[in-house]
Design a protein around this ligand. Structure first.
Ligand SMILES: [Zn+2]
Ligand SMILES: [Zn+2]
Length: 375
């Protein structure tokens, strides 16, 4: 089967998961609800699935059966073009609403907003009442739905309850618990879970071929990629489009090893370099990625110490892990691992409360256990 004729190619990585099967059954019965909520962790592939649903609804060669979008017709390509994967859908009847989207007021500037306010919902509601422009229906994807302010969510309820004919709302969230019960109760929920390694791997080959991307060629690096992904196809899509995530990770680990052997002043200098004085959302985002990498790295050292090599993430660096793990006590490793996770949580919680990220990182760096000298 070629990529575009198999369910995996058409419906994507979740085509055989419970959520995917449920969705396909809805299409088979031609009973797709007008308000869908796709929930699941960051990177699991929610946006990808929402786009595929929009494609399936508008595809020129599909008759709304379970076959899925062809991925090849002009409409499918306008919603997702593999040569320009970062582009939003280029179709006047499909819109992805995000924080920063246009609102009903001409003098508002939402470019730096992190929420979706009531003025945006007013515009969505108005658009929803208009006849579709070129297709026979409209699709509006709200990403993420947990960015709706309380006021905006309240205003949206009525529309969600009785959506205009020919309008489909698809709400996405990684934090379902933050959505009000009233919003959730008006949507049919599809929950995406991380995929088992073998399923993710099958999909990855096919997807990379479809998108014209190359994958790591050694089995070891390929295995490492799968472990880094933790079952999340959306994470793989985003990371692989930016290059090889394994290369970025290797750099982050080199830094972690270097800093563990560095002097106090070198550590603080590095902290200044990473965070600087003015913390922007990008700086915080980058710091979170570094701390994720450190968590994985120090956990690998701990796993090695406790004879759990099978669970290592960085399988391509096994020899180095064994060598470095021997320089620490098991307890030093587990304690520092807790400190990294504590700092990570602090930064995540503190962003909205003006936390001094630089100070938090400095404290962590000064607490790195000292490796024993080898003779
Ligand atoms: Zn199509
Ligand atoms: Zn506004």
């Amino acid at each position: 089967m070629s990529a575009t004729t198999s369910p995996l190619g058409r419906w994507g990585p979740h085509s055989s998961s419970l959520a995917g099967r449920t969705l396909i059954a809805m299409f088979e019965a031609q009973r797709l609800p007008h308000a869908l909520l796709i929930a699941g962790p960051v990177g699991v592939g929610k946006r990808d699935l929402a786009i595929r649903i929009a494609q399936a609804l508008l595809c020129e060669s599909s008759d709304l059966t379970s076959a899925g979008p062809c991925q090849e017709c002009r409409t499918c390509r306008r919603l997702h073009d593999p040569t320009q994967p970062g582009l939003d859908p280029q179709h006047s009847d499909v819109e992805v609403v995000t924080p920063g989207s246009l609102c009903a007021e001409s003098d508002h500037d939402h470019r730096n907003t992190r929420t979706i306010g009531i003025c945006v919902v007013r515009r969505i509601e108005h658009t929803a009442t208009l006849a579709p422009f070129e297709a026979d229906r409209r699709i509006m994807i709200i990403n993420p739905a947990d960015a709706l302010t309380h006021e905006a969510a309240d205003a949206f309820l009525k529309t969600l309850e009785e959506p205009p004919d020919r309008v489909h709302f698809i709400l996405l969230t990684a934090q379902e618990a933050q959505l009000s019960e009233t919003i959730r109760s008006r949507c049919r929920t599809l929950t995406l879970s991380p995929l088992p390694a073998a399923q993710l791997d099958d999909w990855l080959d096919q997807w990379a071929a479809q998108e014209g991307l190359s994958l790591p060629d050694t089995p070891q690096h390929r295995a490492e990629l799968g472990r880094l992904a933790r079952g999340r196809p959306g994470w793989l899509q985003t990371s692989l489009r930016d290059g090889d995530p394994g290369t970025l990770r290797a750099t982050q680990i080199d830094d972690a090893v270097r800093i563990a052997n560095a002097s106090r002043s070198e550590r603080l200098e590095w902290s200044e370099q990473i965070v600087g004085r003015a913390t922007s959302p990008q700086t915080i985002g980058n710091l979170e990625l570094i701390l994720d990498a450190w968590t994985d790295w120090w956990r690998d050292l701990w796993l090695c110490h406790t004879d759990q090599q099978d669970a290592l993430i960085h399988v391509s660096q096994r020899a180095r892990i064994e060598q470095i793990a021997a320089l620490y006590d098991q307890q030093e490793l587990s304690q520092f691992l807790e400190k990294i996770q504590g700092t990570r949580a602090l930064i995540q919680r503190g962003v909205t409360h003006g936390l001094n990220a630089r100070l938090a990182l400095d404290v962590l760096l000064l607490n790195i256990p000292t490796p024993r000298k080898t003779s």
